[in-house]
Each structure stands twice: as structure tokens, then as C-alpha cells.
Design a protein around this ligand. Structure first.
Ligand code: ADP
Ligand code: ASP
Ligand code: MG
Length: 409
């Protein structure tokens, strides 16, 4: 008998028919003799709808109140799924995050899970019930409702799987696995049977929203076997593996991209110690995360240019702060561009193959795509381009690296 945690995303529970289909699938696993815990998202579009309601009242609603509102989406689906299971003759119980003590920190709207008390879940499983838990939400030490950031139900599922020492955590979604890139952007994208944990971590952190980054971090930390599969069709999905040698011998495994970027530049800052800190310190103090950074070498006049990227949601505030800093530093000018995107090649094969960066740059050049920033690490290369070239760039790179073909071993 196995203990399985299954997570169903918004589209998979988007209608009553879909919820009934989920109930049937869950029941099949249980009838096989497995213990099943189900984590669900809100019905597709619901979280956006709730955010829209809040914004009609306040431009920036108080994070605590927003969490009270957003957590209702998942409360609807746990109840509906439990009813659907019961209607299929499968005993089930629903729980909110607070009821199963998903304890988080108090960072509303982006809380981190600290601890889960799995006793109640275990007792239900032992009594033969399916346990249905609301994803995306928890409770802090003051008893306030928190949420885990967009896509956070993935993280709820993996954290519950870790707490229960589950045999597998299955993420059911609207694609049948992890692809070489988002199949919505490149229809020739190919499903991967396996991807290494490290690559999945990079893909998620570089913008592939198929798994929330924190869920992958959790899976790594607690060694949770993780699989992405479709709730619409049968199949093996994609296994996130910890064995590096078990994957295809590809140079590149996938292409991630993100539209959520914005670029800021300050021109003509003094080229002297402490300047990077003076520029980025106030940005960090405002809780804004900086992604890529470039500082040019100074030309004759001992002044330099400094460019960095932030999340597009933080652009307006970052620009305001940077303008104030630029005045203090006597900089020449501040420039900003919120219409940029980041494209990244990811693959553990980069460690053993040379020339990947140059092939990347040449295929972007052939399409006339200007590269605005570059950053590399051991298993990834990222470039910043104008947002309008995002799709073209992803497809050109997918072709250039033959990602639609099975790699030759
Ligand atoms: P859910 O609501 O089930 O959590 P998401 O929309 O969060 O689903 O994630 C699934 C979506 O992720 C897919 O529909 C697909 O468009 C997108 N996606 C982005 N990158 C990839 C990738 N590399 N492989 C598969 N899907 C991807
Ligand atoms: N409902 C939340 C969201 O839309 C959490 C999730 O679906 O994972 O972001
Ligand atoms: Mg998701």
C-alpha cells in the first residue's frame, strides 16, 4: 500500500464536470488500496477574479485582508471535491490549511511553510478516508490566514508529501508533463520523461510556471519523489529525478522564459567603491528583489553605467527609488524599460559541452534579435531581449538546439 499526494490545479477543478473526473481518478487510486491525500487549487480564474474585486476597492489592498479573500477560492474546491468523492461512495474529508496546521511565517501573500502537523491527516487516512486539503494557504503563529504566492498549491502539495513521507507527490495539471519549453509558445515542444531536480529548479526559477519554484525546493530538501502529469489523460508524465545520469544525454534540456521583467539603468555614476551598494541598498530595503546586474567598465571620465532587472510588478517603485539615488549620486540620467523578457537555456549537459552560448547568440542574431543583457551559471544561460521578440526567440532557440528531436544517446 502506498501513500500518494495528488495535487489538482485550477483547470483540473475548473468545472463541476472536471471535479467529478478528479473524484473518479482519486477513487481509482484508493480502490487499489492506496492512501490518498488530495491538494486542490481554486477553480481556474477564481484567484484572479478575487484579486480583481479587491482592486476595485483599493489599489494596494492590505496583504492580510487579501489573504483572507484569496484563501476562499480553495475553500470552495475542497468542499466540492469532498462532496464529489462522497457521491462516488468514497469517504472523504476536507480541510483548510489552518485545520491541518499548515504553519507559515507572517509574510502575507508570499508566506513560507514552517511546519505541518500531519497527525489529523494520518488519522483520517487510517480510518479509510481520502483527505482533501486546500492548497496555497496556511496560518501564521497569530492565527491569521496566509497564502503562499501564485501557484502556491504546488508547494502545499510537496510540503504535505514531505510531512507525511509520501511515496510520491503527483502534480496533475492541463499538460501531460514538463516539456522542453512551454507548449503554448512552441507547439513543437517535446515532453520529457525525466528531468533532473537541478534542471527543474532552474526552469522554475527562470519562469516556467508549470511548478512553483518553492515546491521544487521542498522536493529537493526532503527528497520527495515528484511527478507532473495530466488530469485530462492517462500517462506517465514527467518524473523529477535526483539521479543525474538517468536523463537523456542532451546539451540543453529546456528553455524557460519570463515576461515578468523590467530593466533599470542609471547612467554616469562615479566609478568608485560603494556605488553598487548605494544604488542597490535602497532597492533591497524596499524589499525589491534584483535579478540580473551589469556594471560597465568606466571610460576615461571615471563614470560608469549600472543596469539591473527587477520583477515588473516592482518596476514603478524601483524607478522612483533609483531616481532619488541618482540625484544623490549626481548621476547623469535614469532610464527604465518594463517591456523586456528573459529567455534562458537550461541543461546539466552544459557542464560537458562547449560552445552553447555562442550557438545561442548566433541563432538570436540570425533572427535580428538584439541581446540586452546576458547572465550565465553552470547549467543555464539567460538573455534579456525586448518583449516583442520573446516568442520568436524561444522558437528559434528550440530549433537551433534540436529540442523537438529525441537526443541521440
Ligand atoms: P495549474 O493550474 O494546474 O497549476 P499552471 O497553469 O500553473 O497549471 O501550469 C501549467 C502550465 O504551465 C501549462 O499549461 C503550460 O502552459 C505552462 N508551462 C510553462 N512552461 C512549461 C513547460 N516547460 N512544460 C510544461 N508546461 C509549461
Ligand atoms: N489559486 C492560486 C493561484 O491561482 C494557487 C494555485 O493555483 O496554485 O495562484
Ligand atoms: Mg500552477
Amino acid at each position: 500500500m502506498a501513500l500518494i499526494v495528488q495535487k489538482y490545479g485550477g483547470t483540473s477543478v475548473g468545472t463541476i464536470e472536471r471535479i467529478m473526473a478528479v473524484a473518479e481518478r482519486v477513487k481509482r487510486w484508493r480502490d487499489q488500496g492506496d492512501h490518498v491525500v488530495v491538494v486542490v487549487s481554486a477553480m481556474s480564474g477564481e484567484t484572479d477574479r478575487l484579486i480583481g474585486l479587491a482592486r476595485q476597492l483599493q489599489e494596494r489592498p492590505e496583504p492580510r485582508e487579501l489573504d483572507v479573500l484569496l484563501s476562499t477560492g480553495e475553500q470552495v474546491t475542497i468542499a466540492l471535491l469532498s462532496m464529489a468523492l462522497q457521491a462516488h461512495g468514497c469517504p472523504a474529508r476536507s480541510y483548510t490549511g489552518a485545520q491541518v496546521h499548515i504553519l507559515t511565517d507572517s509574510a502575507h501573500n508570499k508566506a513560507r511553510i514552517r511546519d505541518i502537523d500531519a497527525a489529523r491527516v494520518r488519522a483520517d487516512l487510517d480510518a479509510g478516508r481520502v483527505v482533501v486539503v486546500a492548497g496555497f494557504q496556511g496560518i501564521d503563529e497569530h492565527g491569521d490566514i496566509t497564502t503562499l504566492g501564485r501557484g502556491g498549491s504546488d508547494t502545499s502539495a510537496v510540503a504535505i508529501a514531505a510531512a507525511l513521507k509520501a511515496d510520491e507527490c503527483q502534480i496533475y495539471t492541463d499538460v501531460d508533463g514538463v516539456y522542453t519549453t512551454d507548449p503554448r509558445v512552441e507547439p513543437k515542444a517535446r515532453k520529457l520523461d525525466r528531468i533532473t531536480f537541478e534542471e527543474m529548479l532552474e526552469m522554475a526559477s527562470l519562469g516556467s510556471k508549470v511548478l512553483q519554484i518553492r515546491s521544487v525546493e521542498f522536493a529537493g530538501k526532503y527528497r520527495v519523489p515528484l511527478r507532473v502529469l495530466s488530469s485530462f489523460e492517462e500517462g506517465e508524465g514527467t518524473l523529477i529525478t535526483f539521479e543525474e545520469n538517468a536523463v537523456e544525454d542532451a546539451q540543453i534540456s529546456g528553455i524557460a522564459f519570463s515576461r515578468d521583467e523590467a530593466k533599470l539603468t542609471v547612467l554616469g555614476v562615479p566609478d568608485q567603491p560603494g556605488v553598487a551598494y548605494q544604488i542597490l541598498g535602497p532597492i533591497a530595503d524596499a524589499n525589491i528583489e534584483v535579478d540580473m546586474i551589469i556594471q560597465n567598465v568606466a571610460a576615461q571620465e571615471a563614470a560608469t553605467d549600472f543596469t539591473f532587472t527587477v520583477h515588473r510588478n516592482d518596476y514603478a517603485r524601483a524607478l522612483e527609488i533609483l531616481k532619488a539615488t541618482a540625484d544623490n549620486l549626481g548621476a547623469r540620467q535614469v532610464l527604465g524599460d518594463p517591456q523586456i523578457a528573459k529567455i534562458s537555456l537550461v541543461g546539466v549537459g552544459m557542464r560537458s559541452h562547449a560552445g552553447i552560448a555562442s550557438r545561442m547568440f548566433s541563432s538570436l542574431a540570425e533572427e535580428g534579435i538584439n541581446i540586452r543583457m546576458i547572465s550565465t551559471s553552470e547549467i543555464k544561460i539567460s538573455v534579456v531581449v525586448d518583449e516583442k521578440y520573446l516568442e520568436l526567440g524561444v522558437r528559434a532557440l528550440h530549433d537551433a538546439f534540436g529540442l523537438d528531436q529525441e537526443p541521440v544517446v
